[in-house]
Write a protein of this length. Sequence first.
Length: 328
Amino acid sequence: MTADRRLDERRQRALTRYYLAVGAGGLAIGVPTTQFAIHDSKVGLYGPVLTLAAETIEEHERTGGAAVVRVAGIVGDTQQATSEAALATDLGFHVGLVDLRHSAGGTDDRAIEHLRAVAEIIPVMGFYLQPAVGGCDRPYRFWRRVAELDRLVAVKIAPFDRYRTLEVVRAVADAGRGNEIALYTGNDDHIVLDLLTAFRFGDGPALHMVGGLLGQWAVWTKRATDLHAECRRVVTRGMPIPPRLLTVAAQLTDANGAIFDARHGYAACIPGIHEILRRQGLLAGTWTLDPREVLSPGQSADIARVRSAYPDLTDDVFVAEHRDRWLA
């Protein structure tokens, strides 16, 4: 955003170029980190932001860059959600990450019908959003039914809760679709261990989370892609987990606590992400669409603490080397 809270197209495009340059396997637009408020028809930014991302990705791919998975966040009641799905499809997005908070009354039956309606337009990714930031609890039986939807291709699991995380993975396993549905961690407080864990229930095959769709990975993304690649090598080659990765797991959770403002119930999660990007020069400020959404007391100092404590988690040097080209 600019200081007067308008879309800063130059910096938004630069941010997308940054993610593409570091080798992110996909981009998710219109999701919580993008600000759900862009979906409000009075704000009118959902279409422009998705279009800007699509154009920047196409520029990247035309000039020899690797293809990336395009994920569009989809919210609202079924009428709004299907309209957003149609727009995302027209813009070349591959999958819709469906927010179920406001879907058709909220019952499990209606939520399933809502997902099915969106899936008729675009393949869908289920989304378990933690209640602390507006999500709702969904039981195992719900996710078991979701896992049976033909056009469900992935699930982002972000309840920030080990019990609920296991329920979703078990539901996919019990549906016999572990080889068809990609599991992504959205648990920013448990990233590395989610990626390293072999989830096995009884005598069935082990399931793994193949990637992360994470607000935390909107910053220091060069290191995030390196870390993801290392975790995948360990898992796919059946290697022993290096103790160093367990240390990194704790460090990353500590860093996330500062950036996401865990101390204040995640109230300043998005400003915290923006603050990292501002300090790197990718953003001009931490402004969001909501003027009340600002850094919490002590959060800036906590962010400075983790940046100093864990320099290996940052990619400040890489960003400084390429930032001017991305902003051009």
